[in-house]
Design a protein around this ligand. Sequence first.
Ligand code: NAD
Ligand code: UFG
Length: 335
Amino acid sequence: MTILVTGGAGYIGSHTCVELLQKGCEVVIADNFSNSSRDVPARIARIAGKQPQVCELDVADCQALEQIFAAQHIDAVIHFAGLKAVGESCQIPLRYYRNNLDTTLTLLETMERHGCAKLVFSSSATVYGPKNEIPYVEGMDTSATSPYGWTKVMIEQILRDYCAVNPDFSAVLLRYFNPIGAHESGLLGDDPNGIPNNLMPYIVRVAAGRLPNLTVFGGDYPTRDGTCLRDYLHVVDLAKGHLCALDYAQTHTGAEAFNLGTGDSVSVLELVRSFQRVNGVSVPYVIGGRRDGDLAEFYANPARARDELHWTAEKSVDDMCRDAWHFIQTRLSEA
Ligand code: NAD
Ligand code: UFG
């Protein structure tokens, strides 16, 4: 099988490429490196013992994408490419709509021209919006609270509409909860430029002395310790979920959504304490005000992925903390 992985140099994409290569797939990465480093494909190859093909392009560039499909038979596509920062999407909404929607539309049109009918799409738990009960179940209504979230809601709808009139097409919509952690080799992980928006990259930089302290956004939520609860899952478990989704697409058509989460919820302070205990380091923090748009608690009902994709998250919060720390240490020792 030859799999086109858009955004394959990014955080989740790179871990997925490793799993695909290790399973014997040919991998073609299409990435413009707008949020990833050009040395990632070599790191993927070091872990997997096999080289991915790398095409540097904007996935919204119709001609460049056409060349990939013209040069080889693509059996399926995993579509990670997109912009993903919730806060930034509120500041520059047009860039988010343009990038996330254009990449998807160009990709679908190119796939159609070449008879490629299997797509796995990176959706998000954010599509459950602010009003659903927890745990989230796939049949719930979707909504959003940010332009980023709306791009995911809209792309899911585009894929449902497309599948409705293309009965041979399979679109697997994977709704990720909160992926954290890194590859156990220390070679791949979440390495955002600038000051991180997300919790785990922030924690590791504080522990490494790169940032003075963590600000916990809100200590007065109606939760067991007053801080927000999330369903954190290990990025390698998440990567494996994409292989399960590709298997599913071999025998199913239509647009089908699956939650990829553990079904457990962990608070901000619980994650900080686990990180300190597992790694024997200190993470100084202060309790600050709430961050706009944060929900007190959400987590997955992962039953559908378990029953139909035959996927279950296996790694623990301790694994996530250990691997995230190992990655940043490897990164700093290379610098
Ligand atoms: P990431 O930013 O690390 O990876 C995305 C990759 O896509 C990057 O390598 C970037 O350079 C590339 N890219 C962006 N726009 C492109 C374009 N127009 N053409 C070519 N390449 C482009 O992000 P990630 O954390 O790996 O997330 C991957 C996908 O999963 C995204 O669609 C994101 O919205 C979704 N997702 C992520 C999370 C999370 O917590 N990380 C949660 C839910 C959903
Ligand atoms: N947090 C802090 N301090 C920080 C950063 C985060 O206290 O410096 C808290 C947040 O308030 C939240 C929790 O840590 O309570 C997790 O925050 P993240 O930013 O790591 O993750 P979110 O749950 O806000 O959102 C993430 C992705 C979204 C995605 C969502 C569901 O960023 O794109 O998970 O998948 F939609």
